[in-house]
Write a protein that binds this ligand. Structure first.
Ligand code: SAH
Length: 349
């Protein structure tokens, strides 16, 4: 994408009409352009427009399409991981997953992340910038066009902290919900956060019935703060308090993500403390066998341990599932592809 040019995807329908009025186009041409932009087409792909018009559009604007630098497809389950170029040197990744209920996109909300969680690959590759609403939607469009499928679910669990890019992420969710656009229902959107309390409070007031996922990873404040620096600022007890309010006010269960790391947070004591903290609240715990990231020293808890842990949570009355590993053969851990691409790039300089 050429960032020096105005990206037509960033405009509201009214702004787009005003912008295109300089070409004196008949109404049907404007509608054609609108439709193509909604689908994420490049100017070259807008084949029912006259060549001359396409070339004029190119002179003035960017079509906002994100370039696929690399794509890896899992031989095991068809999960496809995309590495995309934002056009200004920044690289992001997103994933297309196929479930029984349809296709789901895992999108990045920032090029990089400032949160510094010790187990996460994204933290290690540095921070570039926030993504715009149109760029986040662009991830879904590019995957949908490339794979020729309709995407009905989106999880904001790629690179970045969605609540650290609050306005753009909320604008993205509203635009993705638009029946004329991606037409994804709010209930099929999940926003995952490491626990930025002010953002959760704001989100609660937006009237957006999306699923809130909170990365927990430890039921002990000090241990959690060692793994997730953000917890030094926003403590576990305050976080759980706001999550409980969120589920009471929205009537929706909060999902807690819990990466199972061998010998670190997978003991019976951890399970017991989770039961004590979360028992009786409207929630769901998603146990994620941790993806090993080089340089972290963390190892994945073995399957028996994870099953026992889940059993203890269930005995304590908590709903818990183990996340199915998708695309195990294609480095599925968030941010690993991007990290490698960024390292390769700096190696070239
Ligand atoms: N910043 C947001 C969303 C991005 S990460 C957040 O923190 O929630 C999406 C999820 O993947 C989070 O739960 C995150 O903690 C988890 N995650 C990060 N690195 C991981 C790894 N190596 N293995 C398993 N899960 C990981």
């Amino acid at each position: 994408m050429d960032t020096a040019r105005l990206n037509l995807n960033e405009l509201s329908p009214e702004e787009l009409h005003t912008e295109l009025s300089r070409f004196n186009l008949p109404g049907f041409r404007v509608r054609q352009i609108e439709k193509w932009l909604r689908e994420g087409a490049s100017f070259d792909e807008m084949t029912d427009l006259p060549l001359q018009l396409r070339s004029e559009l190119k002179d003035y604007y960017s079509d906002g399409t994100l370039k696929i630098i690399n794509k890896l497809t899992s031989k095991i389950d068809g999960t496809a991981k995309y590495l995309l170029d934002l056009g200004d040197g920044n690289i992001i990744e997103c994933v297309l997953m196929k479930y029984k209920y349809g296709y789901s996109a895992c999108v990045s909300t920032q090029a990089g992340c400032k949160m510094g969680c010790t187990f996460c690959a994204s933290a290690k590759a540095g921070f570039g910038r926030d993504l715009t609403a149109a760029e986040i939607a662009g991830e879904i469009k590019v995957m949908s066009r490339d794979a020729g499928v309709n995407i009905g679910h989106v999880v904001m669990m790629g690179v970045g902290e969605p609540l650290d890019n609050y306005d753009n992420v909320v604008a993205f969710m509203r635009s993705a919900h638009d029946p004329e656009g991606l037409n994804i229902s709010y209930r099929k959107m999940s926003l995952s956060t490491c626990g930025l309390i002010p953002g959760i409070e704001k989100l609660m007031k937006e009237d957006l019935p999306v699923t809130l996922s909170v990365s927990l990873h430890s039921p002990f404040q000090e241990e959690r703060a060692r793994m997730m620096p953000v917890a030094k600022k926003y403590s576990l007890d305050k976080l759980l308090e706001i999550c409980k309010t969120f589920s009471l006010e929205t009537g929706r269960r909060v999902t807690y993500e819990y990466a199972m790391i061998s010998g670190v947070n997978d003991t019976d004591g951890h399970a017991a403390e989770l039961v004590r903290l979360l028992g009786g609240t409207l929630c769901h715990i998603n146990l994620i066998p941790v993806n090993t990231v080089s340089g972290t020293g963390y190892r994945r808890a073995d399957r028996e341990r994870i099953d026992r842990f889940r059993g203890l949570l269930e005995k304590g009355g908590l709903a818990a599932t183990v996340r199915r590993a998708m695309g195990r053969d294609i480095e599925a851990a968030c941010g690993q592809l991007r990290r490698k691409a960024m390292e390769d790039k700096s190696g070239q300089n």
